[in-house]
Design a binder for this molecule. Structure first.
Ligand code: UD1
Ligand code: CA
Length: 481
């Protein structure tokens, strides 16, 4: 059942009140127009024409794999087809089907498009239009049926009589036409209506009046929801979220609060992944069996191996091998590899670094452009000073190195295997294997310094007796009495 597809995406989308074209607004990280194109491709369309116009410089980069038709002046959905006529004519041999979709109805499934095409082709109808029933039909064109259930016409909301406005059967905005019959009737469309536009939807009445068969394919209202304003964008996003989450839960993923979990369409999850509230998984992220993700975590374009724990953490463009623990509040930036069983703990930022097998960075550290061997321990507050204002430099740390707390590693620098770096050191030179390195000013101890200072102070400014507590030794107290 070959068919071609035309996608309408030239409209101004005024109700969005946006400087961005409506169809580039995203649902779960994917532009609205891509949901429509991908559904048409999955349904098996032979070719796709996209009609662009308003803010097309934003739309064009997203529709490069389709044939572009530019509608300079937006005079309505019927006018959009008139503009595409020259591109459509070569395919207008008898029996060829053209599916017309709107770039603003992203919930439509590939299977439903197939169903629409099948119905038009099997019944050899001039057109099969997709329709849905709703209790809130305002804004949609209403489908007017005849006594035999045949479609008589579609009347737009702004042109509908009070009686027609009560109709609950709406035009979903997706159609499968017998292409020659569509083209024959295009020039007959007028613009004498409330909006002064050439409505594509006028063609149904024209075809029906010419005794052509116009049939409807009734679909679930959820698939037909169009996005015209931000309220509908939020509603449709939530519907898409529910569709995706339901599919994952049926595949063996646990979600404590599915409504707070947002999973992009290209994410892959394995069974027995558990997702806690407030989690966003996007891009080409993959999460393997047995991981615990969340709460409050965001993972973008990253791979997470088996049995990892990701707690209140953001991970971008990185790879976690099996059994890794992250967070709470870690930030794993692009180019990072956390190897088998490694740990990145609280308030730690890692960028473009490899943390070796079993190595630990448990607290308050920044590692950038660093490469750590296995079983390394990084003390709290360690920082790689990897940037001198112009260039980034690498830091290398060998197997089993023990880096004391508050160490500054001034890159480029190499710390060998089996080394110890004393706490508080600023390491500017390489440390050979097996060595201890310590960089620390000698500690001074001035005996009784504080007691002497207090004794000199006038009585009135001395700390109140109850606050002096342990700072005053018993001997000192005795002296004062
Ligand atoms: C349209 C239908 C309505 C249907 C509803 C379903 C018409 C006249 N009305 O109304 O019956 O119930 O969809 O969602 O078709 N576009 C162009 N060029 C234009 C005008 C619009 O390409 O000159 C594109 C828009 O970008 C959009 C699509 O056509 O993707 C539909 O236009 P929109 O203005 O959203 O139509 P609705 O009022 O929603
Ligand atoms: Ca619309």
């Amino acid at each position: 059942m070959p068919f071609s597809t035309l996608i309408l995406a030239a409209g101004a989308g005024t109700r969005m009140k946006s400087t961005r074209a409506k169809v580039v607004h995203e649902l779960l990280g994917k532009p609205m127009i891509r949901w429509v194109i991908d559904a048409a491709q999955t349904a098996g369309t032979e070719r796709i024409l996209t009609v662009v116009g308003h803010r097309r410089e934003q739309v064009l980069p997203l529709v490069g794999d389709t044939t572009i038709v530019v509608q300079e002046e937006r005079l309505g959905t019927g006018h959009a087809i008139m503009v595409a006529r020259a591109e459509l004519e070569p395919y207008a041999q008898a029996g060829n089907s053209l599916v017309v979709l709107s770039g603003d109805t992203p919930m439509l499934r590939a299977d439903t498009i197939c169903e629409l095409v099948r119905k038009q082709q099997e019944s050899q109808a001039a057109v099969c239009l997709m329709a849905h029933e709703t209790d809130t039909p305002s804004g949609y064109g209403r489908v007017v049926l005849g006594g035999l259930g045949q479609v008589l016409k579609v009347v737009e909301d702004s042109d509908a009589t009070d009686e027609e406005k009560l109709l609950r059967l709406c035009n979903s905005g997706a159609y499968c036409f017998d292409l020659p019959k569509l083209l024959e009737n295009l020039e007959r469309l007028g613009n004498a209506n409330a909006q002064g536009e050439f409505y594509l939807t006028e063609v149904f009445g024209l075809l029906a009046a010419a005794k052509e068969s116009v049939v409807a394919c009734i679909v679930d209202a959820a698939e037909a929801e169009g996005v015209n304003d931000r309220l509908q964008l939020a509603r449709v996003s939530a519907m898409m979220q529910e569709r995706i989450n339901t599919a994952w839960m049926l595949q063996g993923v646990t979600m404590l609060e599915p409504s707070s979990v947002w999973i992009g369409p290209n994410v892959k999850l394995s069974s027995d992944v558990e997702i806690l509230p407030n989690v966003i998984l996007s891009g080409y992220t993959e999460i393997e069996h047995g991981c615990l993700i969340g709460p409050s975590s965001r993972i973008v374009d990253s791979r997470v191996g088996r049995d990892c724990v990701v707690d209140e953490t953001m991970i971008v463009d990185s790879c976690l091998e099996d059994g890794v623990r992250c967070g709470p509040r870690a930030y794993i930036r692009p180019g990072t590899i956390l190897k088998l069983g490694s740990k990145v703990g609280t308030n730690v930022e890692i960028k473009n670094s490899t943390i070796g097998v079993g190595s630990k960075v448990p607290h308050l550290s920044y590692l950038g452009d660093a490469s750590l061997g296995s079983d390394v321990n990084i003390g709290a507050g360690t920082v790689t000073c990897n940037f001198d204002g112009t260039t980034k430099y690498p830091t290398q740390i060998g197997d089993r190195a023990f880096i004391g707390s508050d160490t500054m590693l001034v890159a480029p620098v190499k710390v060998g295997a089996d080394t110890t770096v004393g706490a508080g050191s600023t390491i500017t030179r390489d440390v050979p294997d097996g060595a201890l390195s310590l960089e620390r000013a000698e500690q001074k101890v001035v005996k009784d310094w504080n007691y002497k200072k207090r004794r000199k102070r006038p009585e009135s400014t001395a700390a109140p007796a109850d606050k002096q507590g342990a700072a005053i030794n018993p001997e000192d107290k005795r002296e004062r009495q």
